[in-house]
Design a protein around this ligand. Sequence first.
Ligand code: GLC
Length: 504
Amino acid sequence: MNEAHTSQPLKILLLAAEVVPFAKTGGLADVTGSLPPAIRALGYDIRVAMPRYGRIDPQRFNLSLLPITFTVPIDNRAEPGQLREGRLAHDTPIYFVENARYFDREGIYMYPDDAERFIFFCRAALEGVRQLGWQPDVIHCHDWQTALVPNWLKTIYARDAFFSTTASVYTIHSLAFRGVFGRRVLEIAGIAEYEFTASPDGIHGGQAVDFMARGITYADVISTVSPTYAREILTPEFGEGMDGLLRQRQDRLSGILNGLDVDDYDPATDPHLARNYARDTLELRLENKVALQRYAGLEVAPNVPLLGAISRLVDDKGFDLIQAMLEPMLTHLNIQFVLMGTGEERYHRFFLEMAQRYPSRVAVFLTFNTSLARRIYAGTDIFLMPSRFEPCGLSQMIAMRYGSVPLVRAVGGLVDTVQEYDPIAQTGTGFFFRPYEAMAFYTAAVRAVEMYRHSSIWRGLQQRGMEQDFSWQASARAYIELYQHACALHAQAQPAPPGQKGSP
Ligand code: GLC
C-alpha cells in the first residue's frame, strides 16, 4: 500500500463537521461541499468524512452502510465504528461516521460532550479508512472539530505504518471558534502522556486545551480562507490571542480564497427568481426588486435604493454598526432595508421594532430560507457586509454575481473579492469603509446611495461585479499545490521506515 505515493494521483481525506447539503451552520459547509468535487474534477482521489447526525436521513440521501466494522479507541474504551457512504457532486465519496450515542441528537453542536463527540468522529474516520484499505497521502482538516488529527499524526500515529507517511493540512475558517476544553479531553483523545501545550493566550490558568492551537502547532501546513486574513491574523487586532503562535508558524501559513458554486448561484438559471437575467439583460433584474418589495410588504418603488443583508445577527458581522445607523439612513437617505437571518436576541428585538415603526421601508425575516436568500440577492441594489473581521465571506460574492453591489468593511476576504469603486477611473465593484466606526459605515452608505442615482455608473458597477470569476477552479489548483507541499515537508521531517507494516 505504501509505494502508491508517487505513482497514483494524490489521495486526500477531507474531514469536516459540516458539509452542504447534509448539514450546515455556516460558510464552512459551503466550502467542504464544493471544494472536494472541484478537486475530484482535476483527477485527484479526494474523499470526505463527516458525522452522520440524527437529522441526516440515510434514505433521503441514499447512504449505504459499508460492510466493515471496526473499533475506535476513545477514553481507554473501544467504541464500535461504522461508516455509511454517500456521494457529493462529481461522484466524490463521502463517508458518514455512525454512532447513535454521539450523533443521534437534534442538533449539530452545543452539547456538553462536543469535544468527545468530535474526537470520536475523527478517530473513527481514520480507523474507518484503514479498514477500507484506503491510505490517504494527506488529511485536510477544517476548524477546531478536526484539529486534533495533526496532533495525532505527530504522536500516536507517527509510527503507525498506515499513517506514518500521511501529511496534514489544517484550514482555519475563523479564529473566533477555537474549541477550548479542560485537560481531561487529552485522556479522551489518548494523548495525555504527550507534551502539554497550554492555550496560547493562557486562559483558564494555563490549563486549557485549545483544539485550534493544536491544529496550528502540529499541522504540516496551515491555511486560511483568504490571503488578507492570512496576514491579518498575525497581528493582535485579528489574532484572537493566537497571533504569537501564528507568527511562529508563519512559514507554514498561507491564504487561499474560497470559491463559489457558480452553477448553483447563477441568476440566469436560478429557479427561485421572479425573472432570470444576466449581465447583458440587466434591465430584466428590476422585476425581482419589485417582486421582493411586494413579498416583503415594502412600498413598491423601483427607484428607491433597496439595501439588504443576509447574515447571522451578531456583532462580528457588524450589526452594531447597522443598528446605530439604520434610523439615520432611513431618515436622510430615503432607502429601504430588508434583512434575513437569526442571531442575538437584542438584534431580533431591534429590527422587529424598526420594521414596525417603518413598515413600508423595513422588512425583517428572522429565519434562514435559501429561496428567499436568492430573491434578496437578486432584488436588492446594495448588499451590506460591515464585518468586524471576515476570513473570506461568501455572501459578497453571491451578491456581486446577482448584481447587488456590496458595501463592505475593508477586511479579510472582503478586500480580496471586492474592488473599491474609483469614480475617476470608473473601475471597481463595490464600496468600502475602513475604521470600525458607525460614521465610517454611514458615509460609505451615502456614497453608494449617491452613485445609485446615476444609472449608467450603477450599471457599470453591477456589470463589473457580475463579470468576476469566483469559480472554484483556481482555488482547487492552489489546494493541490498545498497538499503537495505538505507531503514534501512531511517526508523531509519524517522519512517513512522502508517497507514496514503494522499497527501502533
Ligand atoms: C467562516 C468565516 C467566513 C468564511 C467561511 C468559509 O464562516 O467567518 O468568512 O467565508 O468560514 O470559509
